[in-house]
Design a protein around this ligand. Structure first.
Ligand SMILES: Nc1ncnc2c1ncn2[C@@H]1O[C@H](COP(=O)(O)OP(=O)(O)OP(=O)(O)O)[C@@H](O)[C@H]1O
Ligand SMILES: [Mg+2]
Length: 359
């Protein structure tokens, strides 16, 4: 049997070395400051029901991060299309947009990268997001490897990894040619992938994310099941891969934050879990928000130094109290924009200063 958890400590706005007396952080609200560089890691998990203040909190943090870390890059995966921020570069991904994301962009890490591993990772993402069976996943994997080979990219020859990678248009052509060669399974797979391929967002030019603040508006993708999950997973994987390639940071100042408002889209994402467990030393931080406690995995929660509870539905209170280690009555009485925040071991109770009061 597991031991009971230690009693939760809540010190509402008391003098605390990491935040209240130390104003070298982002003011969250009521004298509570957040400085991820002073915590064990910079990741944050935010939980709150509809209208509790997740979006306003995320926007406030994204807006203030550059004043704390002037060179920070912020990438926002915006599932609802309501995270618009000043000075952003926004790419709206939809059927008409000239922009897309390419899941087949190769991780150039000589030890853990290359086309074969990318093909394995993407076929696994597709299986989860599009609920494929094992055979279809195998066929997809095989087709991806052919797509890379058709572009002269081979696992064994690292000098080929920098060639222009294939995208999902190559996958469609490959499956079509297999179908013409009599492969019945390719036909079934094309049917399975029809909506994904028709939308075309994985077959278009991937825009530069080399700007201080980039938002991908993924709201139009919610019409086709699985699409926004594949897009978000693609972004997360590219960010993790590129930060690992850059190597470890010297100090504790993060290079980049990725912000996800509705983490249920990537609930079972292995990449999100890897970011929370591995990416700190490479300077990549993640802030996730969710309406439902069950959408934040144990790994993500345990690896996020900052945990924030906004108002939650009454049916969730007991569960959330146990998981986030705050008293039931405190959680049950939270008003919109009122938060219980844990930063490493210290707890705070505050009223968030929303984004709309900061601009
Ligand atoms: N511009 C504004 N002016 C005044 N109040 C606002 C403004 N924008 C949001 N609010 C209020 O702030 C509170 C928090 O809203 P927010 O959008 O952050 O909730 P949320 O947790 O993201 O909800 P959802 O899960 O539905 O997206 C709500 O009470 C909302 O009505
Ligand atoms: Mg919201």
């Amino acid at each position: 049997m597991s031991k009971p958890l230690p009693a939760a400590t809540l010190k509402p706005n008391q003098s605390k070395k990491t935040s209240v007396t130390d104003t070298s952080g982002i003011l969250l609200g009521d004298k509570v400051y957040w400085n991820p560089a002073k915590l064990r890691n910079g990741h944050a998990a935010i939980l709150g029901t509809s209208g509790s203040g997740k979006t306003q909190t995320l926007k406030a943090i994204a807006h203030e991060l550059p004043s704390l870390f002037p060179d920070i890059k912020i990438v926002v995966a915006d599932f609802h299309g309501d995270l618009k921020l000043p000075n952003e570069v926004c790419y709206a991904l939809n059927a008409e947009s000239p922009y897309g994301l390419n899941p087949l962009v190769i991780d150039l890490d000589p030890k853990g990268g290359g086309p074969d591993l990318q093909a394995i990772a993407v076929s696994s993402i597709l299986r989860k997001s599009l609920k494929m069976g094992e055979n279809q996943q195998g066929l997809t994997l095989n087709a991806f490897i052919s797509c890379y080979e058709n572009r002269g990219i081979f696992q064994k020859d690292q000098s080929t990894w920098k060639n222009v990678p294939p995208n999902f248009a190559d996958l469609e052509a490959e499956l079509q040619s297999r179908l013409e060669g009599g492969c019945k399974n390719s036909e079934k797979l094309l049917v399975k992938l029809a909506a994904t391929l028709k939308y075309g967002i994985f077959s278009k030019t991937q825009p530069s994310i080399n700007f201080p603040l980039v938002r991908f508006d993924l709201s139009a993708l919610s019409k086709v099941p699985g699409l926004s999950a594949i897009a978000a997973e693609t972004l997360l994987k590219q960010l993790l891969d590129s930060h690992k390639l850059m190597g470890e940071i010297d100090g504790r100042v993060p290079r980049c934050y990725v912000i996800l408002d509705e983490v249920k889209e990537v609930k079972s994402s292995n990449t999100l879990e890897r970011i929370t467990s591995e990416a700190r030393k490479f300077g990549l931080g993640v802030i996730v928000a969710s309406q439902m406690d069950s959408d934040i995995s144990n790994t993500v929660l345990a690896n996020s130094s900052t945990k924030m509870v906004l108002g939650v539905d009454q049916v969730e209170v007991t569960k959330v109290a146990r998981r986030f280690r705050f008293a039931v009555n405190l959680i049950a009485n939270l008003q919109p924009l009122e938060a219980l925040i844990r930063m490493d071991n210290d707890g705070f109770h505050t009223k968030i200063k929303p984004f709309y009061q900061r601009v």
